[in-house]
Design a protein around this ligand. Sequence first.
Ligand SMILES: Cc1cc2nc3c(=O)[nH]c(=O)nc-3n(C[C@H](O)[C@H](O)[C@H](O)COP(=O)(O)O)c2cc1C
Ligand SMILES: [Mn+2]
Length: 485
Amino acid sequence: MGSLDDVNDLRSWLELAHELGEVRTITGAHWDKEIGAASEVNYKRPSPPALLFDDIEGYRHGQRVLTASMGNARRLGMTLRLGTDLDDRGLVEALRSRPGEWLENAGKYAVDVVGSGPLCQNVITAGDANLLDFPVPKWHESDGGRYAGTGCAVFTTDPETGVLNAGAYRMQVQNGGRAASVNMEAGKHGAAHVRAWFAKEGRAPVTASLGHDPLLLVVAGTEVPAGVSELEYAGAVMGRPVEVIRGEVTGLPIPAHSELAVEGWLYPDRKEQEGPFGEWTGYYSGGTEAVLTMDIERIYHRDDPIQLGAPPGKPPHDYSYMRSVMKSAMIQDALIRSGLPGVEGVWAHEVGGGRQLLAVAIHQSYAGHARQAGYLTSQLPSAAYMNKFVVVVDADVDPRSLNDVMWAVCTRTDPADDIETMRQTWGSRVDPLRAPGLPPFNTRAVIDACRPWTRLKDFPRVAEASRELVDHVVRRWPDVLGGTW
Ligand SMILES: Cc1cc2nc3c(=O)[nH]c(=O)nc-3n(C[C@H](O)[C@H](O)[C@H](O)COP(=O)(O)O)c2cc1C
Ligand SMILES: [Mn+2]
């Protein structure tokens, strides 16, 4: 059996996942909708296996696509180097306070620049570079085109400080495979870098990896704080630096063990129509818009490259489990670090794509505590993008249980008094409620579902048998009442 220490790229990750019985292979699928639909059927099942597509119609054996990479606790725990046999609860336990530690340690794991790496097995220059030489899927029936990887990591730098950023931004294949649009929402770190480069040099260098250790998707696709390199953060997770090569054209780093990567420049006036794309909100939201597009200067790939797919859709979707677990841990950490007392737990519910519905449980200890927790959470950098509802509950309510959270809303929230709304907050192009053409603001609500502070002493008791009484009857009639409870 391989060990977590041996995992340093997608292949070693797959080897270990195979040994754990966590991978199923599908052969003969078509890139046009079949890979996407098979992935969707798979990820709708509880605890789905990872799916590896090979012998894709029209492509050579070995040119593969992986989906559902982190669709259960075991594989997400493995990817985060926390263990190979974790269940949902164990993973949440093991993650507690880790994001903060990784953040603190990131600075110790500067990337290791190497002269060459497996990614350099094949280097294709502009005239010959065509992304459609690889089985890039059309994921959903009404997508506007083929989306490369989707579990991608787009690399940019701050032109002043050189600090590297990695973000997962959807990339649609353009111009018959010779270009790719990069859909960065305006508030994202990559977009800030691109604007700074445009102001300074009139163009922005970009590299993007389309297949890699899923850990790189976790760090690129989750809100690591601004100014922190996601590759250093990944180094802190692994306990060793990420090896990178420098792109031949832009000098920007690319993970040396990546499977497939592209390189090019973005220019302010070089845009292509992009979308629609089936998104994590559960809609083809975002429509079709002109989006910054890079003409591909180089394609780098290993022999028989594996794209890392992460197709979103109506939740639960390919990466909604990963997003919920990571966002919950990061927001809880950030909330505790803000100095807010009494934080019991945070959960970013999958039904809202890990963004739109956040539940925060607190030990209410002063008048105003609950609203403070709600407002703060709704605006934390790790939580603000596309949040719609923050529900604050008392510590007796499990924030991970949608049933218990909504029970608290039904019984402890007075709609006229306990729902606070905010306007002109940070929304997204992909919000189905956004009016086309208007800036992506949204509105949001803090729902105070704590027992009212003024009524704490006389609020009705919860009608539920005590733990002791439950234990007593279960012990008395174990055959009927089921041993443990
Ligand atoms: C598979 C996947 C696709 C994503 N697509 C986009 C996208 O197209 N545009 C975007 O702005 N954010 C997208 N995100 C969310 C960003 O990756 C996320 O907000 C991340 O924190 C961005 O990095 P940054 O904070 O360094 O900007 C996606 C995330 C994942 C996991
Ligand atoms: Mn970032």
